[in-house]
Design a protein. Structure first.
Lengths: 351, 351
DNA sequence: CTGTTAGCGCCTTCAG
DNA sequence: CTGAAGGCGCTAACAG
């Protein structure tokens, strides 16, 4: 098994089923049967073929199999940012379920950019992936519905069906926003900032809506109780940190802030510390997601927990079910829950 | 890994280049030229073909192209755990560089299990991916070298070349371990625990080695200064939390602990808090990686920073360079740096 | 400029 | 149980 000399940078063509057949002195279809219908081949022949495979270093050619009609072993997944701990957990859930089914996972971050999202979708469709799990960055689902209609199953992740004929896994964001607001209102806060992204992401709009409903339900005037502050993309710790100035500049100053996720809350805490504002003494902070580190922040973060890993697993499950005979599209809905820790307290008197 | 589930190919067959040709009343090769050599086709014909594509909903068939010899647009990436924030950042760096080159990324978590790793490698090879970026879970590189020899480029991620004929991107872990130990020794600690994983991961062995060298350099007896405590897989916050008991049971009790990553440090902090042990008053804690949340923990974590995103980008860069003519395998080496924060202090007197 | 042809590697008939 | 033949969708060569 010496290396080919000649210094050619081109990859050597891999051994095909034919080389194997030649080496084992059988026909190609026998080799194919050894691979796909082992029971149909005589044991001695099979042995010979298997030895030949090892000898020539045979590796199945996935492209040829797929071309011939085999189902793809790849699923795609498009999230806003795979490095964000929330999505990283979701993605891991997807990966684990797919692995159990013998599938691989392509991941992509859209960074809430439609062009990027479309690009990924196109490439994945061309590859003929088994399906695509997507957390849509915009509110238009028609492109995804068309994609699905063309034969590539689509499952919405962390997004409701919204009437579209697709499978979906969602978390009740209106409820989640309400939980955060109820908690702060119960503590006595009457001036609350909501750090939402400016990109108009559906989940954030819903949380905002939940917050407003909660305020109305408490008989408060939303316009004077709630201050919405957009967080520019990308939503990193540094960006969130820099938004603190804006929050503090609002007059009258809010006594509490609801962040749209725990990473933003992390930046918020850092910025507040920089400004010497004690949390929760002078400012209560609520996060969203309950990622791993939330419990151990300084102070421990009050936040709204979402099922992350389970969200991913459930989405993958729906995708795998797509090609089962009488499949019906369905939505799975999770409910978030409030986790109260140390970053929230009643507002300072006279605050 | 489980069996393929379901898989009845009920999907409608996609429109092929032939339908397009028919609809545009040209030959298939003209359609192909519109796709791949647009300049060679008359504008009016091209228009006609493009309209026909839209009409029949044409989507390129990646499998057929690949079979015909087109380079794959997919790269693979195998990390220990994609949900771990360190690897999530690395992976994002890889993804971004690949996207610039028009490539997609398959990710997989090995969870330090050889069988899982081999399974992924085989599947990726069968797919004919453009190359595989891998953070090897074991110390045996021969399988990877063979894989590379068969035509699938392999780049080691966060791992030195170790003499193998592969590209690699590494961080100097011996140095990193030394940084952590030097810092603690300078503070006066003489009884230090190292929480290494029991799986014998190369990077952790190296860090342990760096720690020992640092102690020897300081003229200390390693066996009485260092206590190595294995952390069982999986290395989650909860597991690390549960190891705290072991650390505290060591006699004489260590006054400082070096954790093999920040997630473990997170669990350590939680466990120590549970036991009512003040950090750094009764126990100093050093992490590794400097992930996003390290700065904001309670107390802010002293840790050894690794370039994460850049590590990923560099690895992807090497992979993309693999098929350039005259390519030589090379190693890129980064240097970690110590970030001192609030979780370390001199040992308590009489500690 | 456009059309024809011959496979890429594999799998599924259908004969033997 | 094994062998021969055709074609999946596409593209590189050549012919017109």
């Amino acid at each position: 098994m010496g290396q080919d000399e000649g210094g050619s940078p081109q990859r050597a063509r891999r051994a095909s089923i034919r080389q194997v057949a030649a080496a084992a002195r059988v026909s190609t279809s026998t080799v194919s049967n050894v691979l796909n219908n082992p029971d149909v081949v005589a044991t001695s022949t099979r042995r010979r073929v298997e030895d030949a495979m090892a000898e020539v270093g045979y590796v199945r050619n996935g492209a040829a199999r797929q071309l011939r009609g085999a189902p793809s072993t790849i699923a795609g997944c498009l999230l806003l940012d795979t490095a964000n701990p929330f999505f990283a957990e979701v993605s891991r859930g997807i990966e684990d379920r797919l692995t159990e089914a013998g599938c691989l996972l392509i991941v992509g971050s859209t960074d809430v950019r439609a062009a990027q999202e479309n690009n990924y979708l196109r490439m994945m469709e061309e590859l003929g992936v088994r399906g695509i799990l997507v957390n849509p960055s915009g509110s238009r689902l028609d492109r995804l519905v068309r994609l699905s209609g063309r034969g590539t199953p689509v499952v919405l992740v962390d997004h409701p069906r919204a009437g579209a004929d697709l499978c979906a896994v969602a978390v009740d964001d209106v409820h989640g926003g309400g939980l955060a607001a109820d908690h702060l209102l119960a503590l006595g806060h009457r001036r609350i900032a909501f750090l939402g992204s400016q990109a108009g992401i559906r989940s954030l709009r819903d949380r905002g809506e939940g917050i407003r409903r909660s305020m109305r339900k408490a008989g408060l005037d939303v316009s004077s109780t709630l201050v919405e502050i957009p967080v520019p993309e990308p939503c990193t710790v540094d960006v969130a940190d820099s938004v603190v100035d804006q929050v503090l500049a609002v007059s009258p100053r809010p006594t509490a802030v609801i962040c749209f996720n725990d990473v933003v809350a992390l930046g918020m805490l850092r910025g507040l510390r920089r400004h010497g504002i004690p949390v929760p003494g002078q400012m209560s902070v609520v996060g969203y997601d309950d990622v791993q580190f939330a419990e151990q922040l300084s102070p421990a973060l009050t936040t709204v927990r979402q099922p992350k890993y389970q969200l991913g697993r459930a989405a993958a499950e729906l995708l795998l079910a797509e090609d089962r005979p009488g499949h019906q599209h369905q939505e799975i809905r999770f409910t978030p829950e409030l986790v109260v820790r140390a970053s929230t307290a009643p507002p300072a008197i006279g605050g």
